[in-house]
Ligand binder design. Sequence first.
Ligand code: GLN
Length: 491
Amino acid sequence: MSLTHLSIKDAAAALAARKISAVELTQAHNNAIAALNPRLNAYITTTPEPALAQAQAADARIAQGNAGPLTGIPLAIKDLFCTAGVRTTAASKMLDPFIPPYESTVTAQLLAAGAVFLGKANLDEFAMGSSNMSSAYGPVENPWKRAGSDAKLVPGGSSGGSAAALAARLCLGATGTDTGGSIRQPAAFTGTTGIKPTYGRCSRYGVVAFASSLDQAGPMARSVEDCAILLGAMAGFDAKDSTSAQRPVPDFQASLARGVRGLRIGIPAEYSVAGMSDEISRLWQKGIGWLREQGAEIIDVSLPHTHYGLPAYYIVASAEASSNLARYDGVRFGARVGGEDLIDMYERTRAAGFGAEVKRRIMIGTYVLSAGYYDAYYLRAQKVRNLILRDFTQVFDKVDALLTPSAPTAAFGFGEQMNDPITMYLNDVFTVPASLAGVPAMSVPAGLNAQGLPLGLQIIAKHFDEEMVFTVAAALERAAAFSHLPTVRAA
Ligand code: GLN
């Protein structure tokens, strides 16, 4: 099999058996990126030379017999993670040029496990979006096409570069971040797999902040097992992140073969939303059937406050964003644009540095936090957030996991859904409740729609029960046997 099509699991085995070298594996990916990235724009920055040096070190480590779980595995890193000595943009003009002097904890752990970094993956500016159209470095093209059409489709967002790179075989695994769906929705749009772990499972240290009470790093890959391998290396307590959880990291891979026999799977009534396509309803039914056939008990449940998830999310996330992004003032952080006085300099810097969506979020966030509106919007959204959390806590007394669709539609075209920001926000209807509650949730590819585009199903479990998510996801993956390939891909 071609080197760029391997799973992380198989590549690690081939490397350990010395059937392939890390240098060969990295070179194959560097070549694929050189051929396809000019078209797809999945990477903002590529680092082919440092990647080869890391691969050489990996080969030496394997030869010495002390390989880590990811030694020699080429990854794409979402350009929201600070990488020492490598430009980090958050897909914003605001940060350019920013070359971090330090490494984020998650990427440091991946490097310690032996991973090779191919480059920095494109995203929506400051991770705000569902399409990757808001990147200051240009949109990412989804390698999938509608049957009989060459129209460019979005890969989803905000981790769209990571997702497109995976689907097009321009990396074996990737990091993403998920504030309201940014790992799960792009995974669904590209036929790939991604998990948003429990809030606190992976350190946020060195990840450019969007909404700190929601931001969570997680792995994206082409199989559930590969996600389990990656998460094992990314997760763990970090004293540098005050919300990092002091929890042991379980052997996530061990949960894959457990099977769903006897598990109680909840189907939340509120996720049958208006406007959801028939194809997605059918796929959801199919997923329910697969789990039932494998011995799971299917239970209808209710998460009554689901409906308020989107408005609460867009208030809380924007409020936190407006506060987090205040640091880009041309003094402490940010590319300064000179002005007549201090205020003028701030204004020019922020006007030039931020794109339209980021400005919109800052304005919404500032508004909902302002005197007179704080109680009406921000405080109320926090209360709703609590009710949503309570919905999940109560339902997990009755069921082990929930099954829902990942996104209300398949990948849409460049320019579609762009006229009205609210339409774009609706993409997150199935993903934001788990984000507000902080529970782990994963998207797995489950089938194709009539136009030949991938669709995903989402599995949600209780806090720190990623193992349950993986168990159910692996069962779905076995049943779906999704092996379709996108149109645009490396050989
Ligand atoms: N699409 C959502 C937003 O725009 C989620 C983004 C994210 O998870 N980073 O806020």
